[in-house]
Design a protein around this ligand. Structure first.
Ligand SMILES: Cc1cc2nc3c(=O)[nH]c(=O)nc-3n(C[C@H](O)[C@H](O)[C@H](O)COP(=O)(O)OP(=O)(O)OC[C@H]3O[C@@H](n4cnc5c(N)ncnc54)[C@H](O)[C@@H]3O)c2cc1C
Ligand code: SF4
Ligand code: SF4
Ligand code: SF4
Length: 341
């Protein structure tokens, strides 16, 4: 067997767990949980976890959709056509824009499915395929934990033809590589801004109970803002700790990641740069422009405060903190597509 590039990504602990390799592997030899894993013919444990009985055929398709193999863009703003703030009438993390885009595109027949993350009261998450406008409410709100969103595209590709992907930068980068190299059923990619995410056990067993002293079932919303990590509870309580207290607990791949604004998405959506309760929006492609114009019932602010300078500043901060780590890992790879381009 020819070893695929993703084995080197996994071995160096920089796999983002985006799930793209699982979605495209024709042999069904990859599963993604907290990291990707390629089934070894001598190890049946991955077979039990869902990998096919087949093993890697060395086709390298996984390496063509892996964001870590592809590398990062130095200038995240070169493809930005328009920056503004927007707010929908839907309940959501910030202005509910991610939900509003998906909902409008279902209503107008522009998509037949979307992928997103639902959760229960214990903040246990599930990656789901949404198939109608009324499903959108199920995925509202930010979960600061990581799940392999793109892996579910494997099922979506079998049944649907016009797919919307919503995800963090590693997932939207991978989705754009899938669209470009493997499967063009992805109609639109909606990217979230993202500084970092956490493994479920760190959030459930350390950050919420030990760092914040809360019961996770009492928490109704989590957020980052003003240099702090916030947890809002059912009784109306607002609890916070400085980000510095939890930053080191973020997943290792996040400390090597140099995409803050989902540079490969059609539309990027965040909160930084916009007033509270609004979304910051970066339109990057003609596809993004076309679909954004179809979204109903939005308020738009073309000159939001604090504005794009803050998005710029945090992007620079992420690159400064992480690019050195990533470039060190690139030195160890046997391939050279990686790096900052
Ligand atoms: C891990 C993480 C870190 C983030 N960090 C920043 C940041 O540093 N700065 C910033 O401006 N914005 C950040 N965001 C984005 C921000 O929290 C909101 O998601 C964004 O503003 C969209 O808000 P909304 O009201 O439109 O979302 P909603 O309308 O509530 O929709 C939420 C959407 O996010 C998806 N989603 C939720 N959690 C995840 C997840 N873990 N992985 C993939 N998809 C998910 C849901 O499926 C849904 O489609 C982050 C988001 C995540 C998931
Ligand atoms: S090289 Fe091909 S067969 Fe092997 S894990 Fe990657 S996608 Fe699957
Ligand atoms: S494609 Fe995604 S899940 Fe697979 S190895 Fe690369 S980063 Fe990990
Ligand atoms: S920082 Fe965000 S985009 Fe980057 S690897 Fe972590 S979760 Fe993915």
């Amino acid at each position: 067997m020819v070893h695929p590039k993703i084995l080197e990504v996994i071995e160096n602990d920089v796999c983002t767990a985006c799930g793209a390799c699982e979605a495209v592997c024709p042999a069904g030899a990859v599963t993604v949980d907290v990291t990707a894993a390629v089934r070894d013919p001598d190890d049946l444990s991955l077979y039990e976890k869902g990998a096919a009985p087949n093993v890697c055929e060395g086709c390298f398709t996984c390496g063509r959709v892996c964001p870590v193999v592809d590398g990062y863009v130095t200038d995240e703003f070169a493809n930005v056509k328009r920056f503004f703030a927007a707010k929908s009438t839907l309940p959501g993390q910030d202005g509910g824009l991610a939900s509003a885009i998906v909902k409008s595109l279902f209503e107008k027949g522009e998509i037949d499915c979307a992928v997103g993350i639902a959760m229960n009261e214990k903040w246990e998450t599930e990656v789901i395929i949404l198939t109608k406008a009324s499903d959108v409410d199920r995925t509202k709100g930010t979960k600061y934990t990581s799940d392999p969103v793109d892996a579910i595209l494997k099922d979506a590709f079998k049944k649907y033809n016009k797919i919307a992907v919503v995800g963090v930068p590693c997932q939207t980068h991978a989705a754009s590589l899938i669209r470009e190299n493997v499967n063009d059923k992805i109609a639109v990619i909606i990217g979230l801004l993202c500084m970092e995410s956490f493994h479920h056990d760190k959030m459930q067993e350390e950050i919420i109970p030990n760092v914040l002293g809360l019961n996770i079932e009492d928490v109704v919303k989590m957020d980052f803002g003003g240099g702090k990590f916030w947890a809002y509870t059912k009784d109306g309580g607002e609890h916070n700790v400085p980000i510095s207290k939890i930053a080191a607990l973020a997943r290792n791949p996040c400390h090597n990641c140099c995409d803050y604004t989902s540079v490969h998405a059609d539309i990027s959506v965040g909160s930084v740069g916009a007033p509270d309760g609004w979304n910051s929006v970066l339109i990057r492609t003609d596809v993004g422009e076309k679909y954004f114009d179809m979204v109903d019932g939005l308020e738009i602010n073309n000159d939001p405060k604090p504005g794009i300078f803050l998005v710029n500043k945090l992007t620079d901060m992420k690159h400064t903190n992480n690019s050195g780590h990533y470039l060190e890992v690139c030195e160890k790879f046997s391939f050279d597509e990686c790096g900052m381009h």
